[in-house]
Design a protein around this ligand. Sequence first.
Ligand SMILES: NC(=O)c1ccc[n+]([C@@H]2O[C@H](COP(=O)([O-])OP(=O)(O)OC[C@H]3O[C@@H](n4cnc5c(N)ncnc54)[C@H](O)[C@@H]3O)[C@@H](O)[C@H]2O)c1
Length: 247
Amino acid sequence: MNLQGEVALVTGAARGIGLAAAEKLGALGAAVVLADRDLEGAEAGALAIEGAGGRAMALRMDVREPEDWEYALDNAAERYGGLHILVNNAGFDRPGGVQKVSLKDFREVLEVHLIACLLGMKAALPAFEEAGRGAVVNVASLYAKIGGQGEAAYTAAKAGIVGLTKAAARELARLQVRVNCVLPGLTDTPAIRGLMSEKVMNKLLAETPMRRMAQPHEIASVIAFLCTSEASFVTGAAWEVSGGWNM
Ligand SMILES: NC(=O)c1ccc[n+]([C@@H]2O[C@H](COP(=O)([O-])OP(=O)(O)OC[C@H]3O[C@@H](n4cnc5c(N)ncnc54)[C@H](O)[C@@H]3O)[C@@H](O)[C@H]2O)c1
């Protein structure tokens, strides 16, 4: 797999799956823009990629804000001359089932996951059109397929991402823009460590045939593959990376 000459933007790249994806894309030769609300974390990630011989820059952005997308695309154009790859990964969770979740939390979760994917694709399209190609990977979740207990907002947002991915894939194929999403299972990141009790985690691991969490680099490898020309005929896919959870 080779991404020499490509420019990639990864959101939520300060830590977890986003950081691993940025590192993998950088290692394959792409110039990487690491975008996050957490600028310090994104800067540390960019330094690590550069330390390993890659090209990277960090910027602060909130994926819910259209102006921040403009800022990010302007930076990618100025520094690296355009954009070919977009990884929509940033997000957070507000647990709660249908009865418990507040409307405010439900809206916030839809905004940071689903609406941000739409904003990202809208923002990136002119650059893709200019380049004559593009690849988008949206990070959904296995919950999009099976529903998360007490996760009404998150499940709805992630299922929405799968639908948006397929609609966008159909629409943008004529522009040589491929749009795919990944559906990770339980992955060992700060978010999961901070959010999930041991009891819930053990229950979910018992449902996972591989009996362990993914490491972020295992999700990043699939994201990276979908960005390369090795996946040149893959579009509209919802790729499970879940250790066999709910086959
Ligand atoms: N960890 C898992 O088990 C798992 C499973 C399935 C899907 N996912 C998805 O993978 C993605 C990454 O998850 P993670 O576990 O690495 O999470 P994480 O919390 O470790 O990292 C998320 C990053 O997103 C950033 N972020 C959050 N809101 C933002 C905003 N509005 N604008 C810009 N940046 C923002 C955070 O600052 C953080 O750096 C998320 O979309 C998550 O839903 C995670």
